[in-house]
Write a protein that binds this ligand. Structure first.
Ligand SMILES: [Zn+2]
Length: 295
């Protein structure tokens, strides 16, 4: 029912791109080489045809091919292996660079959309960093997870670890919700970053409590988000697309989207965004649903 309502209202809200009139009707199809039949619309005011941009305008390949490739790449398959699969199963000749381009283009597009939504998050956040090998450099990927929903609340990509980078990261981590505490490892830049960001004279302490998990002392890892992190680390370490500094943060955005909006978490059996109150009604092909919403 929900999706039907959305479709109807979308058609009603449709405006002619030429004259902005809503006096339009569906009229015929445009045949495309790679994307199949596409609905054409006719504007009764200015007598012009137009088609709807659902995020795939002027793309040579079908929305299904593109979203399958993005999903597979971000879940476990290299762009070269994905290229080979498309050739073997669909007789499609796509270069592995094109697949990476799709991942980057749509990760960015969907990222801009989902960052504007509101989320119901819990009050316990867990943060961690991991080193990422990019050419001969060790970059840092920072991520913060809300325990209630397992949603990644914020990430940061930097070429070094210090107070300034920690501050930028924590600011991003609390942009979608305000936790009672954030637990980090015992890296020395965290306490000063927390003080700078959350110290309040009124309460004589931190507005957001800082908990430290000291592995050296306790021999206990930051186990609560270990599963989330292991998944991302595993995937990141065999990425070849992380070669360039401009590309790495965008591909990581894609990984975060894959975690927050596409895959069910293994212990909650829910996609994190649904637990955070944003079910989004994405259908079976969740990347396709997200891209349409972002168009
Ligand atoms: Zn018109």
């Amino acid at each position: 029912m929900k999706s039907r309502n959305r479709k109807q209202s979308k058609y009603k809200n449709l405006a002619c791109p030429n004259c902005k009139s809503s006096n339009i009707i569906k009229k015929g199809y445009r045949k495309t080489k790679y994307r199949g039949k596409i609905q054409k619309y006719f504007c009764k005011e200015c007598n012009k045809f137009f088609t709807l941009d659902e995020g795939f305008f002027r793309m040579r390949y079908s929305a299904q091919t593109i979203t399958l490739s993005i999903d597979m790449y971000l879940s476990n398959l290299s762009s070269r292996k994905m290229r080979n699969q498309l050739k073997r199963h669909f007789h499609l000749k796509v270069s592995h660079i094109t697949i990476l381009d799709w991942v980057r283009k749509y990760s960015l597009k969907v990222h801009n959309f989902v960052e504007k939504l509101g989320y119901n998050l819990g009050d316990s956040f867990y943060a961690d960093e991991t080193m990422i090998r990019r050419e001969k450099e060790d970059d840092r990927f920072w991520a913060c997870v809300d325990w209630n929903t397992r949603m990644i609340t914020g990430v940061h990509y930097s070429i070094s670890g210090n107070i300034d980078e920690a501050k930028i990261f924590i600011k991003k981590a609390v942009s979608k919700g305000k936790p009672k505490f954030i637990q980090t490892d015992s890296a020395q830049f965290y306490p000063r970053a927390f003080k700078k960001l959350f110290y309040s004279n009124k309460i004589g302490g931190l507005v957001v409590e800082h908990k430290i998990q000291n592995y050296q002392k306790t021999k206990i890892h930051n186990y609560k988000i270990e599963t989330v992190f292991m998944k991302i680390k595993d995937r990141v370490h065999d990425f070849r697309g992380l070669k360039a500094l401009w590309s790495a943060p965008i591909i990581l955005m894609g990984l975060v989207i894959q975690h927050n909006f596409i895959e069910e978490h293994t212990t909650t059996n829910k996609v994190p965004c649904s637990l955070a109150g944003q079910d989004l009604d994405l259908g079976d092909n969740r990347w396709l649903g997200l891209i349409k919403l972002s168009a």
